[in-house]
Ligand binder design. Structure first.
Ligand SMILES: Nc1ncnc2c1ncn2[C@@H]1O[C@H](COP(=O)(O)OP(=O)(O)OP(=O)(O)O)[C@@H](O)[C@H]1O
Ligand SMILES: [Mg+2]
Length: 233
């Protein structure tokens, strides 16, 4: 074990060919600790989403290695990589990806049953997670019956219910108003502190900065700045 939740070295990724060729990652080294909320900031097109996809086992880098919880994830075969992601990784994206026909409780319970929870344990964890995001009482609501902020909170409840050790977010607050954005930031912070999760969050939202332990700025496929912060919240 490296001692880090994530330890990535020499990550490179290019897209396209010829004149359309884009180098999205140009050799990125990064180590992330458990129990910390790290923000990944920087201009559009600088490679933030590509980096998160490489670290989270979603998109294979052309070169480099990712050790996640001490395992070289990109050396795993497809099914084993999926199993690792399901068990240990939580994702929250701008588009929340809820199923229109399912209730809030079902959105959270069903993925838990995929990773081996029995019905009653899945229900218990799902109810707890809904409570934690301030949606106790909305168990039977479907996405069409909830606001954008409420749906984003259901997506976060679904993610935290399985207590992932590695949490990856890509612009989780960009479609939210001030209050909901602050709430999401607080939930991510709590996931890091209470569950000792590694939380990496891509954002353009400066309001998340006070909640973060560390802020990394990307520019043109590189890490440009990396600063540890003194906790204010
Ligand atoms: N699937 C793809 N095919 C071709 N080019 C891609 C693909 N994904 C990303 N790119 C390119 O790679 C570069 C980095 O993209 P990436 O999505 O990582 O940026 P980003 O920092 O997340 O930007 P934003 O803040 O706009 O989301 C960009 O130039 C983008 O056009
Ligand atoms: Mg992006």
């Amino acid at each position: 074990m490296s001692g880090f939740a994530i330890s990535a070295t020499g990550l490179r990724k290019t897209f396209g060919k010829g004149a359309a060729r884009v180098a999205a990652l140009k050799g990125v080294d990064l180590r992330l600790r458990a129990g910390e909320l790290t923000l990944l900031m920087g201009p559009s097109g600088s490679g933030k989403s590509t980096l998160v996809a490489a670290l989270g086992g979603l998109q294979r880098p052309d070169e480099g290695e990712v050790l996640a919880l001490g395992e070289a994830i990109w050396r795993r075969k497809g099914g084993a990589l999926t199993a690792f992601r399901r068990r240990h990784c939580g994702f929250v994206f701008q588009s929340v990806g809820l199923f229109p026909s399912l209730t809030a409780l079902e959105q959270i319970m069903i993925p838990l049953t995929y990773i081996g929870y029995g019905q009653s344990a899945a229900r218990k964890h799902a109810l707890q997670a809904l409570d934690e995001v301030g949606l106790a009482g909305r168990e039977t609501s479907r996405p069409g019956e909830m606001s954008g902020g409420e749906n984003q909170r259901v997506a976060i409840a679904r993610m935290i219910a399985k207590e992932p050790r590695l949490i990856f977010c890509d612009e989780p607050t960009s479609s939210l108003d001030r209050d909901n954005g602050a709430l999401v930031a607080a939930l991510l912070h709590r996931a890091a502190k209470d569950h000792n999760a590694m939380v990496l969050c891509v954002t353009h939202d400066d309001r998340l900065v006070p909640h973060a332990d560390r802020v990394i700025e990307m520019e043109d496929g590189h890490l440009k700045t990396d600063s540890e912060r003194t906790q204010m919240s």
